[in-house]
Every structure is written in structure tokens, then in C-alpha cells.
Write a protein that binds this ligand. Structure first.
Ligand SMILES: [Zn+2]
Length: 259
């Protein structure tokens, strides 16, 4: 290592891989024939935490952080950083090739004792459960089972209104600050985009602009439309609203990239 040169080592940032560890534990137990009650909850938590792991977003976020720090401090990626990058890439491939339904089928579930009655479906593992058990925990994945999640619309409306107020504030105030003995700089989201443009990193600048400014706006506008439609009991443009909901659900996590 050259004198004064700092290594950027991401090995301490293991949280993105925690769901992968849970997944590995679940799959190891399933394929070794172990029949334990913790396998279902472990796989459920692996699935539940997966949207927060975001190895793809994490890697691009590291690239953005690297590009911001590099003009001020000489940095290089150490062995731990390269291992973390490799692990993140492998985690992305694993998630893309995983068939959740086939995994749930391999996890033992108690058979229904009464077939001729009304049922509800667990939204996590799709197990059929007697409707009389609504509000109780699913016997396979231990998630609580509901026909409709209680107060879902009210919660979504409250969070959307809060987001509508916070969105302009988030774009006016700095998102990150960097201080050293000689330099003190702060970046708003838009300033971060212009810095990337000035550095000639146009694709990265477009990605950050889309993820940090465009997608949050799309999410808030889409959620406001859905909530108003529900309030007015509107059945117009259902296919478009469904497609937009799936789009927001899929790309929404990318809005965390600048953080
Ligand atoms: Zn379940």
C-alpha cells in the first residue's frame, strides 16, 4: 500500500448479506432432510429482509460514494471490499434464480383437518388455513394471517402524506457531508447528480437522478392515485393501476441508493 493511501474495505458492512445467511441456513436444513419448526420462520425472515438487503443497490451506492470521495482522498479497494463485491453479485444471482414456491412446498406444513369450510391464504407461504384462524399465526411460516391487513389504507395514506411533505425538504437540504482537516463539503441530491455529470459519469448521474428524484416522485404520485381511487371506489384503469403498483413495488427500493 502506498503511504497515505487508504483502503476502502466493505467487509464490515455485512448487513446486506444477512438474508443470504438465513436463506443458506434454511436451504441447508431442507436439503439435509431436517424437519424443524424454525425452518419456515427462517425462510420467511430471509424473504422479508430481502428487499432491505439490496446488494445491487448497495454496490452501486458504494460506486457513488467512491466517486465522491476519490477527488479528495486517495482510495483503493482492499481484499475485503472485493470479497464483498463478489458476495453481493452472487447474492443477486441467487435471488434471481430462487423459486420461492418450490421451497415452501419442501417445508412441511400440517394438513387441513376440515376440508369443507371457508379458507384464507397465508400471503407469505400461500398455505391454505381455515378462515376461523384469521388473526392467528400460520403453522408453516409463523406469519400472522389476515383477509385484509388491518388499517392498511389508513397507514398507507398517513405515510404518503408524510412523504409528500418530506420530499421537497429532502431535495433542498444536504443528504451527505464530508469533512477533513482541509475540506468541508455537503451535497444535496441534485448537487450529487451535477458532480457526477462534471466528473463525466453521465450514466451514473442519470441513474442517481432517476433513483433519488424520479422514483420517489413516481411512488408518491402513484400512491396518491391509488388511495384516491380506493376512497372513491373507482374501478377505472384497473390494469394500468395494477401495472403501476407492480412497477412501484419493484423499483421503489432503488430510491434508497443515494442514502
Ligand atoms: Zn405462511
Amino acid at each position: 500500500m502506498a503511504p497515505g493511501r487508504r483502503h476502502c474495505c466493505a467487509s464490515s458492512c455485512n448487513s446486506p448479506l444477512f438474508p443470504v445467511w438465513l436463506l443458506t441456513l434454511s436451504l441447508a436444513a431442507i436439503y439435509s432432510g431436517v424437519d424443524k419448526s424454525w425452518i419456515g420462520p427462517a425462510f420467511r425472515w430471509a424473504e422479508k429482509l430481502n428487499p432491505w438487503a439490496m446488494p445491487d443497490v448497495f454496490l452501486i451506492g458504494c460506486a457513488i460514494g467512491y466517486s465522491r470521495i476519490e477527488p479528495y482522498v486517495p482510495v483503493s479497494i482492499g481484499a475485503g471490499g472485493w470479497c464483498m463485491i463478489s458476495a453481493g453479485l452472487m447474492a443477486m444471482v441467487t435471488r434471481a434464480s430462487l423459486d420461492q414456491r418450490s421451497i415452501w412446498r419442501r417445508i412441511q406444513a400440517p394438513a387441513l383437518s376440515v376440508l369443507q369450510q371457508e379458507h384464507v391464504t397465508c400471503t407469505i407461504c400461500n398455505l391454505l388455513i381455515a378462515a376461523s384462524a384469521e388473526g392467528q399465526r400460520c403453522p408453516r411460516c409463523q406469519a400472522r394471517v389476515w383477509r385484509r391487513k388491518p388499517y392498511a389504507v389508513e397507514r398507507a395514506a398517513a405515510l404518503t402524506i408524510a412523504g409528500t411533505f418530506l420530499y421537497p425538504v429532502a431535495n433542498v437540504y444536504p443528504m451527505s457531508m464530508f469533512s477533513s482537516h482541509f475540506v468541508h463539503t455537503s451535497h444535496t441530491i441534485f448537487a450529487g447528480v451535477t458532480d457526477l455529470v462534471d466528473a463525466g459519469l453521465w450514466p451514473l448521474a442519470a441513474l442517481v437522478f432517476t433513483a433519488s428524484i424520479g422514483i420517489p416522485f413516481l411512488k408518491l404520485a402513484g400512491m396518491a392515485w391509488f388511495l384516491l381511487s380506493i376512497r372513491q371506489c373507482s374501478d377505472k384503469k384497473l390494469v394500468l393501476k395494477t401495472d403501476l403498483y407492480h412497477l412501484i413495488d419493484e423499483i421503489g427500493r432503488w430510491s434508497n441508493m443515494d442514502v
